[in-house]
Structures are given as C-alpha cells and as structure tokens.
Design a binder for this molecule. Structure first.
Ligand code: IPM
Ligand code: MG
Length: 366
C-alpha cells in the first residue's frame, strides 16, 4: 500500500531543514523503492499568516488522512505579541491533542564523532544512549487554565485586597498513565530493560497516582527493571551520571524539561529527532530543537535532526526499519567524513551549510 505523508515545514529554519529531509525522501522513493506520496501543509506562524489560525482545519484534515506527519519547527519573535490562542505553539499543541499523539519518544544519543560537543566530560557521556518517553497529551499542558482577579486573596497570613491569580491544573487519569507506561515498558524491552519513572510523588497527588499505576503496569513486564526518581533528583542524576539511565518515562511538563537537559548532554540539539505516536500508529516526527529565528534563512541550520526524524517516521509509522537504518548509517558516514554544520563543529573546524549537509546524506545513502 502506498504510504501517505504530510509535511509541515512551519516557521524559522523549519522550511530549510525540512527541504533537506524531503530530498532524502525523494531518494528513498526513486532509488530504494519506497512506495510513498506526500503533500504539504501550513502550521504555526506560517499558517497564521495565511489563514489567521495556527492550526487551520485543512491542515488537520490532511493530518488525519496521512500515515505520518513530518514536522519542522514553529514560532518566531514576530508572533510573540499575538493572543495566546493564535500563537504558533498552539498549532503544535493543537495537532498533538487533536490527533491523540500521546506518546512522545525522545532519544538522546551521543554520536561518537561528536564526543567533544557535550558540556560534560567525555567519559561521563561517551556511549550515551537514553530514551525519554514523555506523556504528551495530558497533565498541566492540557489541564484547566484560569486567569482571574480575586478580592481578598490570602497569601500565608496576609490578605491582599485585590490580586490577579492564574492557575493551570496538573491532572492525570489512571488510563493515561497506564497507556504511556505500557509504551515505555515496551520500549525498554527492546533496549536494556531498565525503566526509570520520574515524578514528584513526595508532593503531588497526581504523581502519587502516577507511581501507583506505573507499579501496577510493571507486573506485565517482569523482565524490565523498574526504578523511581523524584524529578529534582532525576535532573541532577542526568547531569551527574547520565549513563545510569536507559528509558525514562514521565509526565508532560517534566518530560519537556528533562528532554532539554538530555539533549544538551549530547551537545548537539541539532542532531536529535523525536516521534509522537497515537493509538492508531500514526505519528508526528520532528527535530527536538526549535525554529531558531536568529539563523533562519541563512542556510546554516543543521538538517540532521529532521533527517533523523524521517528515519523514525519510517521505523515507527511505516514499519520500514530497514530504510530507517539506511538513513542513520548515512548520517554516521557523513559525520565520520568530517562534515559539520556550525552547531556541531569544534572550535576552528570548517563548517558546511544546510544544503551541503543534506546533499551529503543523500549521497551517502547508497
Ligand atoms: C517541545 C516544545 C513544546 C512543548 C513547545 C513549543 C510548546 O518545547 O516540543 O518540547 O513545550 O511541548
Ligand atoms: Mg520543549
């Protein structure tokens, strides 16, 4: 069956990096027999500029009809003053929610060729290979939000005559926790069979439920060693001894924060892909870095995270692990050959631009 993809370049460097991944896709179609068609859509600021909405209905329709979405990046300073329901981030959060992309897989791998790019000592990160499984459609990101003016607001023993008060609710059901826990345990079974669940169960009710449900689900996976950490300790352990981790599973906001830390451990946020899957096996695949407005349009952005996101797309949504490996091997070849974009170059090392990096990966596919 012909696979159908939707490509959403988005804003900032999004279009430049996605164009390079698209070249890889063309090569896989034309030279390696991948049966695939794709179309493009608008999201984020680009969609706001064209339709006045960060997630137009037509984009969502196209996403529903696709097996998978390849996504660039969204956001830019020109959108910072928009009302919050029009902001580019709403496009991304909206498509995650509407498509039910609840399982966010964020690998943090240190490429041996880039061992010196990390801000940690090489011996702490050499061979690092962590997978963060972040719950993506629940928790505080999607809990009840409120902003109000309260007369006689109490702070400790003080009563403030009038205060502006805002709140966001962190809420999880056992269903949502069990669902992401199963994803994480299954991922751990395919790796080193170690799962660390991260929560704040010493303070939060929602985290107590989280821990309870993860322990219940663990009964189905006796071959996986389960541990628990509070999120503050997990953040510290990630920079103290990151190689103790195999798979980490955590709630939406904690996962947002910990995955940025993990990315920095590899020293190359421009290298890291991600997958967000729903129950039907559809997925959204995106680099974990943002739209980098400061370098947008300059042709210097690193396209490898997007190209590696295409590899994840092939592996998880199209079940073509063979082609995913082909892409990953091509990236390794290019790095081993010494090609570097600015973000992964050591001091004084020569650099290449976005297009040259993409061309090199395409050439290395064969
Ligand atoms: C991410 C990003 C998003 C998030 C933003 C852009 C809404 O930081 O994918 O990690 O917070 O989930
Ligand atoms: Mg983030």
């Amino acid at each position: 069956m012909t696979a159908k993809l939707l490509i959403l370049p988005g804003d900032g460097i999004g279009p430049e990096i996605v164009r390079e991944a698209e070249k890889v896709l063309v090569a896989l179609r034309d030279r390696h027999g991948l049966d695939v068609v794709w179309e493009h859509g608008l999201i984020g600021g680009a969609a706001y500029d064209a339709h006045g909405e960060p997630l137009p209905a037509v984009t969502l329709e196209k996403a529903r009809a696709a097996d998978a979405v390849l996504f660039g990046a969204i956001g830019g300073p020109q959108y910072d003053t928009l009302p919050k329901d029009k902001r580019p981030e709403r496009g991304l959060l909206g498509i995650r929610a509407a498509m039910g992309f609840y399982a966010n897989l964020r690998p943090a791998i240190l490429y041996p060729q880039l061992a010196n790019a990390s801000s940690l000592k090489p011996e702490l990160v050499a061979g690092l290979d962590i997978l963060i499984v972040r719950e993506l459609t629940g928790g505080i990101y999607f809990g009840k939000r409120e902003s109000r003016v309260v007369d006689g607001h109490q702070v400790g023993h003080e009563v403030i005559p009038q205060a502006r008060v805002a709140s966001d609710v962190e809420q999880y059901s056992d269903y949502e926790i069990a669902r992401i826990a199963h994803t994480a345990f299954k991922a751990a079974q395919l790796r080193n069979k170690k799962l660390c669940s991260v929560d704040k169960a010493n303070v939060l009710e929602s985290s107590q439920l989280w821990r309870e449900v993860v322990c219940e689900v663990a009964a189905d996976y006796p071959d996986v060693e389960l541990s628990h950490l509070y999120v503050d300790n997990a953040a510290m352990q990630l920079v103290r001894a990151p190689k103790q981790f195999d798979v980490i599973v955590t709630a939406n906001l904690f996962g947002d924060i910990l995955s940025d830390i993990a990315a920095q451990l590899t020293g190359s946020i421009g290298m890291l892909p991600s997958a967000s899957m729903n129950e039907k096996g559809q997925g959204l695949f995106e680099p974990i870095h943002g739209s980098a407005p400061d370098i947008a349009g300059k042709g210097v952005a690193n396209p490898l995270a997007t190209i590696l996101s295409l590899a994840m797309l092939l592996r998880y949504s199209l079940k073509r692990g063979d082609l995913a490996e082909k892409i990953e091997a091509a990236v390794q070849t290019v790095l081993a050959g010494g090609l570097r974009t600015g973000d992964i170059a050591a001091k004084g090392e020569a650099t290449v631009g976005t297009v040259a990096m993409g061309d090199a990966v395409v050439a290395a596919l064969d």
